[in-house]
Design a protein around this ligand. Structure first.
Ligand code: NG6
Ligand code: CA
Length: 505
């Protein structure tokens, strides 16, 4: 009898075989599930990564993911700022549906409701252990948080078994780490107080005490001073708990690695949210000056190194072949975001926005189109995909992958797109920038008229505001230079109708 070659086995058997070969072995016969890791950058631009065309900065570890996985060229964050994008990636719900989903202060209450569907909750139901390490910026508590008690509700209450976070941003107080609701290293005799409206008596500020600053503020960022860096918001006390900015990257990396080692024996979901290259940019001295581009370039190198170390941990633990990794960024790039840190002066020929127009805060492409990579060794074939995908879609994809029948409000199930099996992505996606929205439909973009300045002069970024409708054909004009609204009223009407239909206005 002829020997059966593997190619003659029925397709479903091959599927089962390949699936089992690279997922967690289970003892109880339940379905085997891969680990899932989201590596999420803060303000990393489409053009900041070698695999996306950067030539002036080396990102070998990001490139390793991009070149070994699916490199999406039309991958989007939902929003051009952080909080709304983070809200969407974790809930699968458009942030413009929630009027509170805008850049939050460090004292804002938790934005995600505790009865809302979230990615970690859904995965927990499927037997995953779930963790978040890094930047949170989705609010904590219910208003009036006492930072000296357990802070709740927070990440633990919306689905994360383990949480090691900074509350908001690196430039906002409180400048402390919070582990499962408790401020790490807090001395009870030196309680923390935080206020975003009024300073505490006798406390120096960036505005009044420039002599105490080692980094100068350009706009905003002139309240409390921590480690010689002026921040947004006022804080008093908690001296022993304050983070050292230059050690933040190593600290988050170490927590992410530890999380993997502690949970490698069961399927886990880790949301590893790095703080780079958001301001203040504070590379560890090992990386200082390495990029020749000043701190912004240096922290991108630092982040890339962290990713390399993190991947090595997965490798050492033998997890590479049963871990699906998603790499992306919460919004587009900005150079001067409020501190004098040479980001503009030392940029040289580097173009963080790549071929796109705008940047962080912008409704133009560079606000929301970001590096977006899926990587799964042995399971995803290296490719480049032009499919339209959003971070909004990850919840549904992971639900399908893990056998959950939960589906989010606004996500599509693009599992096969994320696994590189098809390029059939979305047809429509609403993009958002500080509550203004636009529609991407296939290769077209329609931006409705918005009042407001065309350029944010402080950060020097075009915002996308215009008194007229804007219509761009991205297949011909990725840099959004030619407004076709007048030339092509039929297409404009089509997109406006679609937009109104989706937004429900
Ligand atoms: C802005 C800050 C900016 C940055 C941003 C949030 C000022 C003038 N600017 O309000 O520096 O912190 O908020 O960035 O304060 S994000 O990536 O978290 O959305
Ligand atoms: Ca951001």
């Amino acid at each position: 009898m002829e020997k059966t070659s593997i190619w003659k086995l029925p397709g479903f058997l091959i599927c089962i075989w390949t699936f089992c070969a690279c997922t967690h072995p289970t003892t109880d016969g339940s379905e085997a599930l891969p680990n899932i890791v989201i590596i999420y950058m803060d303000d990393l631009g489409y053009g900041d990564v070698g695999a996306y065309g950067a030539t002036e900065i080396n990102t070998p570890n990001m490139d390793r993911l991009a070149n070994g996985g699916v490199r999406f060229t039309n991958g989007y964050a939902t929003s051009a700022t952080c909080t709304p994008s983070r809200y969407a990636i974790l809930t699968g719900r458009y942030p413009w549906r929630n009027s509170e989903a805008k850049i939050l202060s460090g004292t804002a209450p938790l934005l995600i409701s505790t009865d809302q569907l979230t990615l970690p909750k859904m995965l927990k139901e499927r037997g995953y252990h779930t963790g978040v390490v890094g930047k949170w910026h989705l609010g904590l508590g219910m208003g009036n948080v006492d930072w000296n008690q357990r802070i709740s509700p927070g990440p633990n209450e919306v689905g994360f078994d383990y949480a090691y976070i900074m509350a908001a941003t690196q430039d906002r107080v409180p400048t402390v780490y919070i582990e499962n609701g408790q401020v790490e290293g807090l001395d009870p005799n030196d309680p923390i107080q935080v206020d975003y409206d009024n300073n505490f008596e006798g406390e120096p500020t960036g505005r009044d005490n420039p002599e105490l600053l080692r980094v100068k503020w350009h706009h905003g960022h002139n309240n409390s001073i921590v480690n010689g860096i002026p921040r947004i918001g006022f804080m008093k006390g908690g001296e022993a708990a304050k983070w050292v900015d230059e050690e933040m990257a190593d600290n988050f990396l170490e927590k992410a690695q530890r999380y993997v080692r502690n949970h490698k024996d069961q399927p886990f979901f880790l949301y590893y949210a790095l703080q780079q290259p958001h301001v203040p940019r504070t590379p560890h001295p090992r990386f200082e000056g390495l990029s020749g581009m000043g701190p912004r370039g240096d922290v991108i190198l630092e982040a890339d190194w962290c990713i390399g170390e993190f991947l090595q941990t997965l490798e050492e633990e033998g997890l590479m072949e049963n871990t699906l990794i998603v790499f992306s960024s919460d919004n587009g790039p900005v150079l001067n975001d409020g501190y004098y840190d040479d980001a503009v002066e030392k940029l040289g020929n580097h173009v963080p926005r790549g071929p796109l127009r705008g940047g962080k805060y912008s409704l133009f492409e560079a606000g929301t189109r970001v590096p977006f990579i899926t990587y799964w060794q042995g399971k995803i074939k290296p490719s480049t995909s032009d499919a339209l995908v959003s971070q909004l879609d990850l919840l549904n994809a992971f639900a399908a992958l893990s056998g959950s029948d939960r589906r989010s409000q606004d996500g599509e199930n693009l599992l096969d797109v994320f696994l590189g099996k098809t390029e059939h992505g979305r047809e429509n996606l609403v993009l958002e920038a500080t509550t203004r929205t636009a529609l991407r439909h296939k290769n077209w973009i329609m931006i409705p008229p918005y009042k407001g300045p065309p350029v944010n002069e402080q950060v020097n970024i075009e915002l996308g505001n215009d008194k007229d409708f804007q219509l761009y054909d991205l297949s011909q004009d990725i840099g959004q230079q030619k407004n076709l609204a007048k030339e092509n009223p039929g297409k404009l009407r089509e997109l406006v109708d679609l937009f109104v239909g989706i937004r429900g206005e």
